[in-house]
Design a protein around this ligand. Structure first.
Ligand SMILES: Nc1nc2c(c(=O)[nH]1)N[C@H]1C(S)=C(S)[C@@H](COP(=O)(O)O)O[C@H]1N2
Ligand SMILES: [Mo]
Length: 472
């Protein structure tokens, strides 16, 4: 109960970051099958996907407000404990023979469950199945939740990981793609809520104190009063835990990031850093409209660069390298070019497919020769973040050698447009979009990112409490 409540609450929080559901991975405005609020997007001015984030009430969301980063920390930490807890439960079911409570052994369960439903609807209480504590409808519902709905949520959750989809592009397709997986994951959440409401209702109306005895002590012959007290106290404690953790997260977001971060980090890093992108989508899957996040740099310096066609632009490569470089676009065009058609996953939840062309980062590493002490690349942008500081992100140096990590100056066969990061932006295809710094100014090699900004590994980690390596 504790973990599924965290999962549902934090799931609603995450949904609020992009409250639109699609069955196509382009997320073309107007093609959503569900959206909140109904108000549509501006047509009279450029807009960014970030404007579609919605505040979530703390009654519903964990931790409430506009808090995607912390919502993800809660969702993924709870998911780990929920899966661990569920695995122990299922292992014990089979180790003890108790699986027979849940798994029906005869097809007659379906007509029997239907009869049970009719009995309930006629406001009578059906008898439990002989030898079992549950009636057929109950058994079927429990079996479906434990063995179908639970795994379904795990599978559709995993299908939303950019790391998993990059390495196994066909996996997400089983669910209709990235957005299909997100839509199904949302419907799974609704199914869980319906089950919880119906289950709670039945516990109350079919003999509350007797049922509490069965739930708490495994019998209802004695101590029903005590079972009710313990049961209600447990429910009250769980609700109090949600309230206190939601409030605490909003009050001390950095502390929350530091407490929950280490729990989810090994998985996040494994999916972001250890997976290899092997995406080769056909040109026909390129999105007609690719959404934008981040507003182009609004500085005189950048405007001058745009005006003279980026001829004065340089990519400065420095820090812990043997050979610092200062590269013009013409220098970059001397290097080997790579194109790739890949799927972009924004942390908010939207996606899009485009063809990117540019220089493999590994080619740059081969020329600048990072020193052994260099463990991270810092990508610096011309753009100022919402905090007023230059946008930056860090990347594990090992990712620089991944096959589809490139510095792109081409999009869909044309020079990179300004909204998408002209003249040069990063593509790192196993991670979420915010790592792919646009309007690049330079790359700095460092031993640690803790001395930069607020020390969390990038602008979004510093200001929005995201993780540094984001394979989910
Ligand atoms: N400099 C800079 N780079 C940025 C951002 C930003 O705000 N500033 N937004 C990031 C986010 S959140 C995403 S999803 C992608 C979006 O890339 P696109 O605008 O080409 O779709 O760029 C990333 N790179
Ligand atoms: Mo994003």
């Amino acid at each position: 109960m504790l973990f599924i409540g965290f999962l549902i609450r934090a799931g609603i929080q995450i949904f609020g970051a992009y409250p639109r559901l699609y069955w196509n991975d382009h997320c073309t405005p107007g093609t959503e099958w569900l959206k909140f609020p109904k108000r549509s997007i501006p047509t009279d001015r450029p807009w960014t996907a970030l404007e579609q984030e919605r505040d979530v009430s703390a009654w519903l969301g964990q931790p409430g407000g506009n808090n995607l980063g912390l919502g993800r920390h809660w969702h993924f930490s709870a998911a780990l404990f929920w899966v661990l807890n569920g695995s122990v439960y299922v292992a014990l079911l089979f180790a003890t023979g108790e699986w027979q409570r849940l798994i029906p052994t005869s097809w007659s369960i379906f007509p029997d469950a239907w009869q049970t439903l009719l009995t309930y609807l006629s406001l009578h209480q059906p008898p439990p199945t002989a030898g079992l504590p549950y009636d057929p409808l109950q058994q079927l519902a429990y079996a479906a939740v434990v063995f179908l709905l639970g795994p379904f949520l795990i599978l559709t959750g995993a299908a939303q990981s950019p790391g998993i989809e990059a390495q196994f592009p066909r996996y997400a397709r089983l669910f209709g793609g990235r957005q299909g997986a997100r839509s199904l994951h949302f419907l799974g959440l609704l199914a869980f809520v319906v089950f919880i409401v119906a289950h709670t209702f039945m516990v109350i109306v079919t003999g509350f104190s007797k049922n509490m005895g069965d739930i708490i002590f495994g019998q209802h012959q004695t101590d029903q009063g005590l079972a009710v007290i313990i049961g209600l106290a447990l429910i009250a404690s769980i609700l109090a835990i949600y309230a206190v953790t939601a409030w605490g997260s909003r009050r001390w977001p950095r502390t929350t990031q530091h407490v929950l971060g280490p729990i989810i980090r090994p998985l996040m890093r494994a999916l972001a850093v250890r997976t290899r992108s092997r995406q080769h989508y056909p040109p026909s899957s390129i999105s007609p409209e690719f959404l934008v996040n981040g507003v182009p740099p609004d500085t005189a310096e950048y405007r001058r660069l745009v005006e003279d066609g980026f001829s004065a632009w340089r990519l400065e490569i420095n820090g812990l390298v043997e050979t610092p470089l200062s590269l013009t676009l013409a220098d970059l065009h001397q290097m080997p070019v790579q194109t790739q058609i890949t799927k972009h996953h924004c942390i908010q939840g939207w996606s899009g497919v485009a063809e990117w062309g540019g220089i493999p980062l590994s080619a740059i590493l081969d020329v600048c020769h990072p020193l052994p002490a260099a463990r991270f690349l810092i990508l610096h942008s011309y753009q100022l973040d919402t905090s007023g500081q230059p946008f930056y992100e860090s990347l594990d140096i090992s990712l620089g050698r991944h096959p589809q990590t490139i510095l792109a100056d081409q999009m869909n066969g044309r020079p990179l447009p300004v909204p998408h990061g002209a003249p040069l932006r990063l593509r790192v295809e196993t991670e979420l979009g915010f790592k792919m710094v646009k309007w690049l100014r330079g790359i700095e090699f460092v031993a640690d990112y803790r001395d930069l900004g607020a020390g969390q590994g990038g602008s979004r980690e510093d200001n929005m409490f995201y993780e540094q390596a984001v394979g989910i």
